[in-house]
Structures are given as structure tokens and as C-alpha cells.
Design a protein around this ligand. Structure first.
Ligand code: NAD
Length: 294
């Protein structure tokens, strides 16, 4: 039986820590942290994500601004909106909710956000600083996973970590963070992806598996060795007639098979997901306190 890595409780505690730190910061004359979010279009899931982020800001005592822009906005107009926030000294962090409409380049928009306000950690300056192990905003999902490992005191030093998936927002940064000097870190990392041959031969050697590929229940019991630590990043909506909303959320790990073999495992939902927003808040606080780009 594995111990659950409870993201709900860990994220709640992290939010409480942030709230306390904000109070101390304000009492010592600091400015209220302020996160701005830009939402383009009216995609339902994106609206929910962004509204949750704004609500979380209020809970920890931050100011927040939500700019809702029409799906038909041009790339140039969106870049001007980003400029406005970049130039606003009251705003510490800016996120642009993804996905963006097809006619807008995510890369151009990401690179337009000032690195000092890039609390999502997607700008090449922040990615480069992360690779060089310099202070940087680490993107929210990998940062949340590091925090979970840290809070549960999981020893990663010298362990073999297999990451499944090499996306820019999860798998790739996760592989760098687990390998770099530090705690969590100092692991020997194998980064696997859709072209990897005989994936099972790799996962069977892993002390830690981070599954981030987006295929529900991909990692099965026979792919995991006894005692492994399992981090399930995947969240896929799978049709489910027994649920009122018509779907249930599935991770990338076949939980029933893997859990009995694992030492620790994240549930889905309630594992990695809740840590993401708390990490974004943490980055915004770091920005307000000028702790990253000092
Ligand atoms: P992505 O689609 O950008 O990348 C998927 C990666 O998986 C690719 O690198 C691909 O090479 C690899 N892959 C695909 N099939 C594979 C296979 N058969 N074997 C090995 N590797 C394979 O996905 P993403 O944005 O990294 O997201 C992955 C999952 O994590 C999704 O379910 C997503 O919803 C979820 N996610 C969750 C959070 C969170 O907060 N919990 C945040 C981001 C993403």
C-alpha cells in the first residue's frame, strides 16, 4: 500500500504559508502582490482555470486583475495589452491563459511578457535561468511537483527518475529540475517520449516515475517496480454517464494496479493539480518581494 501524496492538503498549507507571509510583508511596509491574467476568447475550461486563479489571489490577500479580450483580437492588439501590463509598476505578475486562438503565436506572446513578471516561467530567460540553476520563476506544474516531493520529504538524491513526456510545460522542465543540483534534485534522469523504444524497460528501473503524457491509465502495474514513487500529472476528461457533469478525470496512471506496488503515489484528482495554482501564487509573491530578479 502506498502513501498518498495529498496535493489538496499540501496546497492548502502552502496557501496558508503564503497568506501569512503576505501579512508579514504588508506589516513591514511591503506592497500588496498583484497578479494580472489575460483571457482571450470564451473557452469554458479556460474561463474556469483563470477564475480559479483570480479567486485564489483574493484568498491569500493579493490584488488581481482579469482582462477578458475577444477571440477576434489581433496578435498586435494582444501584444499592446501585454505592454500595458509590463509597464504598470503596480502589477508583479502576468499570465496569459493558454490555449490562444490559432491566429496568435503563443511563442511571440510568451516572449513579450517581461521576464521579471513572467510568473508562469515560460519566457526563455526564465527557462535559461532554471537550466543554469539561477533564481528563476519555475513554471507552476513542475514547481508544484517539487513542493510535493519536498513536503513529503522524499529522497531524490542519486535515485533514478524516469519522466514520461517531454512537453515544454511539464516533462522537459521536470527532467532538468530533477537532475540539477539541489533538493529535490540530484537524481539520475531518463527523459522518455513518444519515440522512446521499449519504455517499459526504462520504467521498470525507475525509483521515481513522473507520468506527463496525457494518455489515461497508460502506466500499468507491470511497468513499475516495487517501492517506486509515482507522480501522475495527467488529467484527461473521460466520458462518464454516471457523473452529473458527464465525464470523470483520469490520470496517466492505472491507479488500482500501480498503487499496491508504489511507496508513494499522487491521486487524480487531488494530487499534482491543486499544487499548480499555489505555485503560481508563490511565484507572484517572490516577484512582489523582488526575490528572483534582485
Ligand atoms: P503534451 O501533449 O504537450 O505532451 C505529451 C508528451 O507525451 C509528449 O512529449 C509526447 O512525446 C509524450 N508521449 C505521448 N505518447 C507517448 C507514449 N506512448 N509514450 C511516451 N511518451 C509519450 O502534454 P502536457 O501539456 O505535458 O500534459 C500532459 C498531461 O498532463 C495532460 O493530461 C495534461 O492535461 C496534464 N497536465 C496537468 C497539469 C496539472 O496541473 N495537473 C498541468 C499541465 C498538464
Amino acid at each position: 500500500m502506498a502513501e498518498l501524496l495529498d496535493g489538496k492538503i499540501t496546497a492548502k498549507n502552502l496557501r496558508l504559508e503564503i497568506k501569512e507571509e503576505v501579512n508579514n510583508w504588508l506589516a513591514s511596509g511591503g506592497k500588496k502582490p498583484h497578479l494580472a491574467a489575460i483571457l482571450v476568447g470564451d473557452d469554458g475550461a479556460s474561463q474556469t482555470y483563470v477564475e480559479n486563479k483570480v479567486k485564489a489571489c483574493e484568498e491569500v490577500g493579493f490584488d488581481s486583475t482579469l482582462r477578458r479580450l475577444p477571440a477576434a483580437i489581433t496578435e498586435e492588439e494582444l501584444l499592446r495589452e501585454v505592454d500595458g501590463i509590463n509597464d504598470n509598476p503596480d502589477i508583479d505578475g502576468l499570465i496569459v491563459q493558454l490555449p490562444l486562438p490559432d491566429h496568435i503565436s503563443v511563442e511571440r506572446v510568451t516572449q513579450h511578457i517581461h521576464p521579471e513578471k513572467d510568473v508562469d516561467g515560460f519566457h526563455p530567460v526564465n527557462v535559461g535561468r532554471m537550466v543554469k540553476n539561477l533564481p528563476s520563476y519555475i513554471s507552476a506544474t513542475p514547481f508544484g511537483i517539487l513542493k510535493l516531493l519536498e513536503k513529503y520529504d522524499i529522497d531524490t538524491q542519486g535515485k533514478h527518475c524516469v519522466v514520461i513526456g517531454r512537453s515544454e510545460i511539464v516533462g522537459s522542465p521536470m527532467s532538468i529540475l530533477m537532475a540539477r543540483k539541489g533538493n529535490p534534485g540530484n537524481a539520475t534522469v531518463t527523459l522518455t517520449h513518444s519515440r522512446t523504444q521499449n519504455l517499459k524497460s526504462h520504467t521498470l528501473q525507475a525509483d521515481i516515475i513522473i507520468a506527463a503524457l496525457g494518455i489515461p491509465e497508460f502506466l500499468t502495474g507491470d511497468m513499475v517496480k516495487e517501492g517506486a514513487v509515482i507522480i501522475d500529472v495527467g488529467i484527461t476528461r473521460v466520458p462518464d454517464a454516471t457523473k452529473k457533469r458527464g465525464f470523470s478525470l483520469k490520470g496517466d496512471v492505472k491507479f488500482d494496479e500501480v498503487e499496491p506496488k508504489a511507496s508513494y503515489i499522487t491521486p487524480v484528482p487531488g494530487g499534482v493539480g491543486p499544487m499548480t495554482i499555489a505555485s503560481l501564487l508563490y511565484n507572484t509573491l517572490l516577484s512582489a518581494q523582488k526575490k528572483v530578479f534582485a
